[in-house]
Design a protein around this ligand. Structure first.
Ligand SMILES: [Cu+2]
Length: 267
C-alpha cells in the first residue's frame, strides 16, 4: 500500500514538472500546415506528415476550387479541422472553403490546397510543374500570383551525388539547408553544422517523414543536440541504404516551421 502511494506521488511529481505542461500545450497548437526545405524548390507547404501541398493555377477565383471528378481523384483536396494554425514566422491566413459536394477544403491566402496522388512519401514533390498548372506553394504566396517564381536553388549538386567528404549545413530560424542534397550509399560524409540563428538548434538525420527518430550507427543515434547560437558542430556518417531521408531540428516548433531539408541517397 505504502509503495503504491509512493509511486502515485512520484507520478504526480513527474506530471507537474515545469515544461511538461508547456509541451502538451504546444502539441495542441500543432500547426495545420508545415514548411519544408528542398534543394531545388526552396521552402514549400506540406501537411503535418510532410506530404507536399499544391496549388492549381486554373483556380482563378479566390477561395474557390475548380478541381472536381477526375481532377480531384488525382489531386485530392486537403481537409483540416479547426483551429487552423500556421507555423511560427509563416505569414498569411488559412481558411476552410466550401466545395460543391458539401465538403470543406483547406486554403492558404484563399489558394485551395491539394495533394498529388503520385507523391508516396514526405519529401516527394513529383506534382510540381505538372501540366504547367500545378505547383508547390511557398510560404507567403498570395492568391493570383500565378506560377511561382521559385527561389534560386539552395544546393549546387541538383541530382548529381556528392562525393564523400564535407556537407555544409546551416541552421537558422526556421530553416535548415545543406549545400548538397543527393548523396551516395556507402560513402562517408561529414555534416559540418553551423548555427547561424539566435536559438539553440539540433540536427537529426532520419528517414523522410520520420518524427524525431534518428538513424543509428554502432548503437548511437545520428543526431547532434543543443547546438548553441553561433556554434559549430559536426557529424560523420555513412548511409547504408538508398532512399529518401531528411535532416531536421526537433526543438519544439522548429520542424513545422521549416527546419527540415530533403535528402536523396542513391546507389
Ligand atoms: Cu531548431
Amino acid at each position: 500500500m505504502f509503495k503504491r502511494t509512493l509511486i502515485s506521488i512520484m507520478l504526480t511529481i513527474l506530471l507537474v514538472v515545469p515544461g511538461t505542461s508547456m509541451v502538451a500545450d504546444e502539441m495542441n497548437d500543432m500547426p495545420t500546415v508545415f514548411v519544408r526545405q528542398d534543394a531545388a524548390l526552396g521552402s514549400y507547404l506540406t501537411d503535418p506528415d510532410g506530404m507536399t501541398l499544391y496549388m492549381f493555377t486554373k483556380d482563378t477565383v479566390a477561395g474557390e476550387s475548380t478541381c472536381y471528378d477526375d481532377c480531384a481523384a488525382n489531386w485530392p483536396p486537403m481537409t483540416a479541422e479547426e483551429p487552423l494554425t500556421l507555423p511560427m514566422l509563416v505569414h498569411g491566413e488559412l481558411s476552410l472553403i466550401d466545395r460543391t459536394d458539401g465538403s470543406k477544403q483547406l486554403a492558404y491566402n484563399d489558394i485551395p490546397l491539394y495533394y498529388w496522388q503520385g507523391d508516396k512519401q514526405a519529401g516527394d514533390t513529383t506534382g510540381h510543374g505538372v501540366g504547367d498548372v500545378w505547383f508547390v506553394v511557398a510560404p507567403g504566396t498570395e492568391f493570383g500570383a500565378g506560377a511561382p517564381d521559385m527561389a534560386s536553388p539552395v544546393a549546387t549538386d541538383m541530382g548529381t551525388p556528392a562525393a564523400a567528404g564535407d556537407i555544409n549545413v546551416t541552421l537558422t530560424e526556421y530553416s535548415i539547408t545543406a549545400d548538397v542534397s543527393t548523396l551516395k550509399v556507402g560513402q562517408e560524409y561529414t555534416f559540418q553544422l553551423t548555427n547561424d540563428g539566435v536559438s539553440v538548434h539540433e540536427f537529426v538525420v532520419e528517414k523522410a517523414g520520420a518524427k524525431d527518430e534518428p538513424l543509428e550507427a554502432d548503437g548511437k543515434e545520428l543526431e547532434v543536440e543543443d547546438i548553441k547560437p553561433g556554434a559549430t558542430a559536426s557529424l560523420t556518417m555513412t548511409f547504408e541504404e538508398a532512399g529518401s531521408y531528411q535532416v531536421s531540428c526537433w526543438v519544439e516548433g522548429h520542424y513545422p516551421a521549416g527546419m527540415v531539408f530533403n535528402l536523396k541517397v542513391v546507389d
